[in-house]
Design a protein around this ligand. Structure first.
Ligand code: ZN
Ligand code: ZN
Length: 76
């Protein structure tokens, strides 16, 4: 799961992207589709999604729960 860390220089909170999919493929620029999806289980933040282009596994941050209402199709 993605974490937020505080950059010691700027003081800003920055997102630490996952480095591997659930099947162990390394995420590199060409191998991962980064997107975002609104969903009730994630509140107003929605989910950050990382999809592996090798196995199409999707990582959700924060983790998606079955109670969440997936809101439409993401369009970026
Ligand atoms: Zn993968
Ligand atoms: Zn959700």
């Amino acid at each position: 799961m993605t974490e937020l860390i505080q950059d010691p220089k700027s003081g800003f909170w920055v997102e630490v992207a996952p480095t591997h999919c659930t099947n162990g493929h390394a995420y590199r620029q060409a191998k991962v589709l980064v997107s975002w999806h609104p969903c009730t289980c994630a509140g107003t933040m929605g989910h950050r999604t990382h999809q592996c282009r090798e196995c199409m596994a999707i990582t959700y941050d924060p983790p998606h729960t079955p109670d969440g209402q997936w809101e439409g199709i993401a369009s970026l």
